[in-house]
Design a protein around this ligand. Structure first.
Ligand code: UD1
Ligand code: UDP
Length: 384
């Protein structure tokens, strides 16, 4: 039997973090030939991940532009992928999640009559505009996909409700947990001087990230003002905020927070620094998707600065709370975690609804089964 030719395509930081463990597993399989394509929708933030996980892409579209538009990303990826797909002629193209690279690469695969596998399939808010454009990117990638790797049974149910053939869905867990199991260590020593010197025992370190398109402008200003008010009231508090390279994020965050000694503004951290910082923080304040999956596994309460989430499992487990972007509400919810020990302890229970570290292996097994290399359908991820 010829080897199965699997092409993976990704372009942003979170896709790279979540595809890295899968690329490692695909490369190890004796039945698979793996080809890695990056769009470089992100440049520096992608390269940080490629370096950490030692991934050397076979193709790099290098599309990133400052303040790029969604149509720029879409058109460059569709155009760039056509040539690569023709040259490599893969059996299947794997895309991940909900970015514009994901949707555009799936579309390019379809235009070339290629099979598409969607990793992290089936997450939904059921609101077209939140998160924007990710809800629609994920849905469109799902429509174009032939195989769906759903991280949880909730995601699988969403796909079934949309009419997807259940036999084409494999519940695998989320590959981000595979990554997390490799990066977090108790004796980890930070490379960053500020992180190395923080007193994690005696200071309440709150990890902050905020970058979503729908939070740019006024909502991000509200977030920053909430942080400023909180540091005035609580002296034993340190907000650590690695600021995304998006100029629209940096302009707001830096101008509103740079003079506050209770806030450490950093450049984006590499994944290992980030995961270990999360593991040592008191809680997390974020609008990120991936962090909502990582923090529960580490037993860290998460306040999500959005109005809806496509990741309800953490909310159901009690570790994640959706608090919106109104300044007063953020302050109220942060205070609750700082002052109410019962509330904190209730949220700080480590739960793992998103994975067990075996997601990438399950995806490889599902691919081999799907293409007839093995006879038995692989077992699925289920929460204990
Ligand atoms: C993208 C994804 C979003 C994901 C986020 C992860 C889309 C539409 N959005 O949003 O789903 O949550 O990545 O971080 O796919 N920039 C740099 N260097 C970098 C990365 C970004 O300078 O390494 C700047 C550029 O000016 C770029 C801008 O940030 O134009 C925005 O990047 P873009 O990928 O368009 O959007 P994100 O908000 O990062
Ligand atoms: N992350 C990182 N460095 C940072 C901020 C985030 O490595 O400075 C990681 C984080 O741990 C998670 C992923 O990036 O694994 C989440 O990416 P992001 O928040 O950019 O995107 P989203 O998940 O919202 O799409």
């Amino acid at each position: 039997m010829n080897k199965l030719k699997v092409m993976t395509v990704f372009g942003t930081r979170p896709e790279a973090i979540k595809m890295a463990p899968l690329v490692a597993m695909l490369t190890q399989s004796q039945h698979i030939q793996c080809c890695v394509v990056v769009s470089a929708q992100h440049r520096e933030m992608l390269d940080q991940v490629l370096e950490l996980f030692n991934i050397k892409p076979d193709y790099d579209l290098d599309i990133m532009k400052q303040r790029q538009s969604l149509s720029h990303i879409t058109s460059k990826v569709v155009e760039g992928m056509e040539k690569i797909i023709k040259e490599e002629n893969p059996d299947i193209i794997l895309v991940h999640g909900d970015t514009t690279t994901t949707f555009a690469a799936a579309l390019a695969a379809f235009y070339q009559h290629k099979k598409v596998g969607h990793v992290e399939a089936g997450l939904r808010t059921f609101n077209k505009w939140f998160p924007y454009p990710e809800e629609m990117n994920r849905k469109l990638a799902g429509v174009l996909a032939d195989i769906h790797f759903a991280p949880t049974s909730t995601a699988k149910d969403n796909l079934i409700r949309e009419g997807v053939d259940p036999t084409s869905i494999f519940v695998t867990g989320n590959t981000v947990i595979d990554a997390l199991f490799n990066t977090v260590r108790e004796d980890y020593v930070f490379k960053d001087g500020i992180l190395k010197n923080l007193d994690y025992e005696n200071t309440r370190v709150v990890l902050v990230t905020a970058h979503r398109r729908e939070n740019l402008g006024e909502p991000l200003e509200q977030i920053c003002m909430a942080i400023n008010e909180l540091t005035q009231e609580f002296k034993n508090l340190c907000f650590v905020y690695p600021v995304h390279y998006n100029p629209a994020v940096r302009e707001t965050a830096l101008s509103l927070l740079k003079d506050n000694p209770g806030v450490k503004l950093l450049d984006p951290l590499d994944t290992q620094e980030m995961h270990n910082l999360m593991a040592r923080s008191f809680f997390v304040l974020t609008d990120s998707g991936g962090i909502q999956e990582e923090a529960p596994a580490l037993g860290k309460p998460v306040l999500v600065m959005r109005d809806v989430t496509e990741r309800p499992e953490g909310v159901k487990a009690g570790t994640v709370k959706v608090v919106g972007v109104d300044k007063e509400n953020i302050i109220k919810e942060v205070k609750k975690l700082l002052l109410d020990e019962n509330e904190y302890n209730r949220m700080a229970e480590a739960v793992n609804p998103y994975g067990d570290g075996e997601a990438s292996i399950r995806i490889v097994k599902a691919l081999l089964y799907w293409f007839g290399f093995t006879k038995e359908r692989p077992s699925e991820f289920c929460v204990e």
